[in-house]
Design a protein around this ligand. Sequence first.
Ligand code: MOS
Length: 749
Amino acid sequence: MPQAPAPNLIGTSVPRIDGPLKTSGTAKYTSDHNFPEMLYGVPVQATIGKGKIKSMDVAEAEKMRGVVRIYRYGNAPKLYRPNGQDENAHVDETRPPLEDEVIYYNGQYVAMVVAETFEQAKAAANKVHVEYASETPNVALDLSDGFNDKMKEISKRGDVDAGFANAAVKVDYTYSTPIETHNPIELHSTVAVWDGEKFKLYETTQSIMNHQAAMAQMLGVPKENVQIVMKFLGSGFGGKLWPWTHDVLAAAAARDLNRPVKVVIDRRMMFSNVGHRPRTQQRIRLGATAEGKLNCLQHDYVSDTSILDEVSEDCGEATPYIYSTPNLRIRGEMVVRNVGTPTAMRGPGAVPGLYALESGMDELAIALKVDPVQLRLMNEPEIDESNGLPFSSRHLKECLTTGAEKFGWSKRNPAVGSMKRGDLTLGWGVACASWIAMRMPCKTSLMLNDDGSARIACATQDIGTGTYTIFAQVVNAKTGVPVEKIQVVLGDSSLPPGPVSGGSWVTGTVIPSIANAADNAEKQLIDLAVNGTRSPYHGRDPKELAFSEGRIHLASEPASSGIAFDELLRKGSLRFIQADGDSMASFADPNANKHSLHSYGAQFAEVEWDPGIARLRVSRVVSVIDVGKVLNPRPARNQVEGAIVMGIGMAMFEETHYDPRNARPVNSNLADYIMTTCADCPEIDVTFLDYPDKVLNEFGARGVGEIGLAGVAAAITAAVYHATGVRIRNLPIRIEDLISGSSNKQHFA
Ligand code: MOS
């Protein structure tokens, strides 16, 4: 007789299990770790953007109180490049710090002072005198030198040039997005402990496993000699995916001096040494029939990278599959600038890419005189036309129609400047969102204890998004153990290896691994039930038994008729059973491989434009998100709301400015780098469609960290056009553009 499904907490707003630790201030973040005899490292930054160190005078600094060592080129411990053999040892800035006297970017570390206290190290760092042979750096904003015949082809079908030539209505515009810097409140930090043989490194990282492998290679030691710990992260947004140069400097200093070393970089270093979202310039060429059927889509993009490393912003990520069109070509290229190495920022590639593509779609809708929601509905593909695969679960049309309904889109008068609220002009805009869905390989370890509690362990991490709670919910659903009796242990590389907290894939990844561990636990419990001499099921056929709601019972009887697993363990004098879980990546899964896996969304934005005082405000955002089954609506909503706030920053405020004379980030602090504050936040209305995507895992959850940012900036600039008639093709929106009425001004220094 089939069992009625046990009630579980999947899809309910279980409060964060780590909430009390955070609200009581007892959650230990990386820089909260202190050790006896611990030293402090403070890096010294280059003040030029390109050139060489001529000389460095450390005599004064070395004599200062508390100074233990000043590392620089010539006396720095030997460090190594990642050898490229292990894809799980990724580093974006690959040059070992202090390797030579060449300056590649402003802010590059040229020395690190190690002292007894932070203040002593900081004071001495200010007294390290460096003379440079300076050259003129290149931080040119115009990236059009990258648009050339050598552009790499990313995706192609049909013939875009023929499609464009034959189109009844066409648009062809170039869009740009600026360098944006990650500004999590928690500064990057590391506390390195060396015990004479092994490293224990407390790190601010979104991937303890990658960090372990990468640090081992850069320190030149076997991986098993490096342990990484990260229990709580004050956000990362991609900037903490991979190790940065301060990490290896601290570890090498700890080994060299045989004392723990703490390095917490400052906000200014956050702007030069730990990555940023690169600048992009993107050409979108669209052609359509007179009715609005797309017949060509061309997306060419260029992003800037550092002298040292090639890190590309893959703006064409969502372009191949989002719309139906017979002719498509996507090409990408990088150009080199004297900036630090870029890195992934929330929704890398797709987010700036969709700003350009969705802006182009809005311009096409206007050229066609077709409603922008209708234009998208009209160009919905049946399958993923880039590879011929069916979508695992795609509800983009419903995102658009539900969003239009909630927003009141039918009341929109398309005429520019026609909608008013008192003295204010209203603008309404829409854009679509998409993001990858993926699973990575994952191992977990589940213990069921004789007191009825459970423990789940995995070397992944909670970066502030709610991963601890998701683990507890899934264990609860699979075993029946109440959430308050489940201990979730993450954030330590000595645990079974789990995924990077990136790509929005942790939730989707851990479900099958935990399910596999629970299945293995069930086998062990049934084995114990039929073999244990004191078990009520001693001697039964294992096939007759089942494990549900925390009880072993006859499969033909309800769970309540059976024996609780903890009682069974006590009868067998066992403290616990321990079961391993293992699951594979979606790209290795023959079924997942037969599908195109993505999340979708529709963003609707309202702006208020006050022409009297040239004031622009985002007043309302309606977001409808299709991320499969939502395991826990509260933190999921929190992710999307936060992403929308970040999207307002992308549209309106965020831009890192570099001084062309010395390539120095000028606004490298939280006062001058403008971000969305509470006062800038509109009403935000988030809806989840909640269709399970069973191709990805049994609950159908895809993960929700990045999708909420996609489309937001394009919806806002579409709304700005609707209000003002000014098309913003270069982010962020500037008041001077709105006043001048100029639609295509390039802000090139
Ligand atoms: Mo995300 S940029 O993959 O941390």
